[in-house]
Design a protein around this ligand. Structure first.
Ligand SMILES: Cc1cc2nc3c(=O)[nH]c(=O)nc-3n(C[C@H](O)[C@H](O)[C@H](O)COP(=O)(O)O)c2cc1C
Length: 200
């Protein structure tokens, strides 16, 4: 059974265009793969504290004692076990909201999602693919703006670190630019979501 983990960092909730795109993808995925469970991780609901010194000390002490089954590592273990991972997050400050960064800090745990062996860094995640669903105010697909994009790029690199072979992106660009036909852009992205939901 293939389990899909959906991590929701769409801060504006029902007003979020990224969330709408993600729900469209999930509907297409569920229709095409009716027996594959979807596990939802809502970052607005179960809120994570940043890793302040006390929390980091506790985490390190538990890891040193080999207690990787402690609930403090629940997010990392859930991430490592998933067969498919979908992250939905709007484009903020050229990457994504801090709540997703905090989540990723929790997920990046030596001995759970990655490790070091004789040959160096090895990923320990089971997932074959990770998909980032996002929408952006500007257009960062252009040769002159592409280099400024730090969200998809960071996640693609993290996939390599976690041992997830394939990174995919579903994105609607330029949604805050008055010159853009936003409805048409979203329709294009919805069509892409439908196709990706079937193949993912
Ligand atoms: C706090 C904040 C930061 C943002 N930073 C950027 C940015 O750096 N670049 C950009 O193109 N758009 C930026 N935007 C615009 C959003 O990417 C855009 O409106 C997006 O579609 C919002 O997604 P949502 O509808 O899912 O919330 C920002 C919006 C907010 C609220």
């Amino acid at each position: 059974m293939t389990q899909l983990l959906f991590v929701d960092a769409c801060v504006r909730g029902t007003a979020s265009r990224t969330r709408a795109l993600a729900e469209r993808f999930l509907s297409a995925y569920a229709a095409a793969h009716p027996s594959n469970p979807i596990v939802r991780r809502d970052l607005m609901r179960d809120r994570l504290e940043p890793q302040y010194p006390e929390l980091l000390d506790r985490r390190d002490a538990l890891a040193a004692a080999g207690k990787l089954d402690d609930p403090i590592f629940d997010n990392a273990r859930q991430f490592a076990r998933a067969d498919r991972i979908v992250l939905a997050a709007p484009f903020w400050e050229l990457s994504f909201p801090a709540i997703l960064k905090i989540y990723l800090e929790r997920v990046s745990m030596r001995g759970i999602t990655f490790g070091y062996e004789a040959g160096g860094l090895v990923g320990r995640c089971r997932a074959e693919k990770l998909l980032l669903i996002t929408t952006r105010g500007g257009d960062y697909s252009l040769p002159e703006t592409e280099w400024m994009e730090m969200g998809a790029r960071q996640l693609k690199a993290l996939c390599a670190m976690f041992g997830i072979p394939k990174f995919e992106l579903l994105c609607a660009e330029g949604l805050d630019d008055e010159r853009v036909d936003v409805r048409a852009r979203m329709e294009e992205a919805f069509a892409h979501a439908d196709a990706l939901g079937k193949s993912f």
